[in-house]
Write a protein that binds this ligand. Sequence first.
Ligand code: HGY
Ligand code: MN
Ligand code: MN
Length: 430
Amino acid sequence: MAAIFSKERLLEELDQCPEFEGIDSNELADKLSILADIGKTPAGGVTRFPYTNEEKQAKSVFKEWMSEIGLDVREDAIGNLFGTLHGSSPDLLVVMTGSHLDSVPNGGAFDGPLGCLSSLLAIKAIASKQEKPKRSIELAVFVDEEGARFKNGIFGSRVMMGEVDAADFKSFKDDKGNVLYDEMVRCGHDPDRVQDSYRKPEDIHAFLELHIEQGKRLESENKDIGIVSGIAGPSWTSFTFIGETDHAGNTPMNFRRDTLAAAAEFILKVEQAPGRFSQTAVATVGKINVFPNGTNVISGKTEVIVDARDIDLAARDAMISALKDEAMNLSKVRGVTVDINDGINISPVIVPDHIQGIIRASAEASGMTSLSLPSGAGHDAMTLGKYVPSGMIFVPSLNGKSHSPEEWTSLPDCIRGVQVLKESLDQLAN
Ligand code: HGY
Ligand code: MN
Ligand code: MN
């Protein structure tokens, strides 16, 4: 069985953790393990969807941890969680840092929680110093970054920056038909007051997010820290093929309008598309909904969602439009129809040189090697990065694995990331 997350496995490398002032490796291992147990799956992964009891439990634990280190804790109208370490010059713009606690289905223990905990431990170390930081430092735990339940990823940070129309809260539904708005209310939030959640770009000095790389570059080039240069923009488009539900035994092949077969042909075209548009484009179908999904039933309706990304916005959008044409053509040939609906469409973001410079200097000052690289994965930093100077610090992923129970970053690598985040925040806050 592939190695999965456990506290014991983390602590096997405790003695290899570098010592940095104010940072306790045991504490990180302890808190990561507590979060990993919330929403743990039989396969050893984590399923912690937004506006569920699991997420609520993880956030209440995190709220306690923020209060324990003296942060001013508040939750906004849709459930974004904030903890503020007040600076000596409160009139200066805040430095924000954080990530997310929600997960993909059967995901890993690090994607999101490591960023939140690194921010917590970095702020704790800064707060333990004699001098208060000049600028206040605000820890943000954004809701629903993955979009795994309501298909609306990078959500909490986009609401905070005023990018989501509150009317949409009533149109997003999960696979069981639960409405996002109702789930927000059920969890004790007040989505009608969403305007109270909005933050103005001019209120925020800079934003930093620590995250696992979710790729193989740092490991293969044996580097401690990734300095993210840009973040690819994800775009989600749903294609619903409509045909005819029929009996699998009594319907001759030339009488069929089989939507699962149509979707299968389309999925191969999705796989073949990226290379025609750029070296950095990617396109994935990771989710398919087949109706009625019966072994002896020809499917009358099949929905696939295409996740298309690129650092190059023009190439990405050209690829999506070509895929829409291909879906229309193949559905005509097969005698089915296709409904195409645009979902999230987030622009790529470039990280400013001075932010990259601060992270690089922090890594070097702490005796670490670093590598500048783009992020193919999307993050809340790409929302903030559209409005304020934002950057990301990557730590290595074992075998590049992520979004799976095998997701792993060693404790020493995590601690090196916390140290670089601490130094970078300290610089930005002073
Ligand atoms: O999908 C992503 O890139 C991220 O994990 N939300
Ligand atoms: Mn993720
Ligand atoms: Mn993430």
